[in-house]
Design a protein around this ligand. Structure first.
Ligand code: AMP
Length: 226
């Protein structure tokens, strides 16, 4: 199964990508996490991406496509993978079609649909673990500097681009660019839309059910209850 996750910042793409990847035992990668790793290590890609990220703008397509294509070619691809946060532009979607031509193509684009108001509220109260990147909410009494409750030694922090000015820009650029990508997959009939306002568990079940029926239809696999 080759899957991509689409949705506004804060829709829950990362959370669902991790849950689904665990269930299907396939790798997943977030383009944002990859950029943050490159940034930390001061690589050429990290330096190229840094300023765009801080402003909440998209990193240029050639840089982003290069980074994802390196990741895809480092995978054996036998069971598939989940890309979280890529593609976000039509150019990237077309480049992905090409990248996946040796990997059986894209099976499904999963679009987690939340409103702009909900996205803004979630992001402004979102903090993350510096190690496992699990999200927490300031509304639950978690504070920056707290240790992560998973015991991985991570510390809770707020992403610099989760501050209000960058968030506004990220939402604007998403509405301009990524809505077109949603439409791109809708017209190709491989889009699964899930409402992101229901619980994390319900979103996960909807996605798993959609994957099961696709596997059944395309490959004749029946996993029963997953
Ligand atoms: P995210 O963690 O997904 O919110 O991504 C953080 C930042 O990384 C974004 O605001 C962009 O600056 C950059 N980024 C991540 N994925 C992409 C992408 N597919 N295309 C362009 N920029 C990206």
């Amino acid at each position: 199964m080759n899957l991509v996750m689409l949705g506004l910042p804060g829709a829950g793409k990362g959370t669902q990508a991790r849950l689904i990847a665990q269930k299907l035992e396939i790798p997943t990668v977030s383009s944002g996490d990859l950029f943050r790793e490159h940034d930390k290590k001061n690589t050429e890609l990290g330096i190229l991406a840094r300023d765009y990220m801080l402003q909440g703008a998209y990193v240029p397509d050639d840089v982003t496509i290069r980074m994802i294509s390196e990741w895809v070619s480092s995978q054996d691809g036998s069971k598939g993978f989940i890309l979280d946060g890529f593609p976000r532009t039509i150019n990237q979607a077309e480049a992905l079609d090409e990248m996946l031509s040796n990997y059986g193509g894209l099976d499904m684009a999963i679009y987690i649909d939340i409103s702009v108001t909900e996205a803004t509220n979630r992001i402004s109260t979102r903090v993350l673990c510096s190690v496992c990147q699990s999200p927490f909410s300031l509304l639950d009494g978690v504070k920056e500097g707290d240790p992560c409750n998973s015991g991985d030694g991570g510390v809770i922090y707020q992403r610099p681009d989760d501050k209000p000015v960058a968030v506004e820009e990220r939402i604007k650029v998403y509405s301009r660019e990524t809505q077109e990508v949603v439409q791109y997959y809708r017209t190709r009939d491989n889009l699964k839309t899930v409402l992101g306002s229901i619980s994390i568990d319900e979103v996960k079940h909807e996605i798993i059910n959609a994957i099961k029926s696709l596997e059944n239809k395309k490959y004749g696999i029946n996993r029963g209850s997953m």
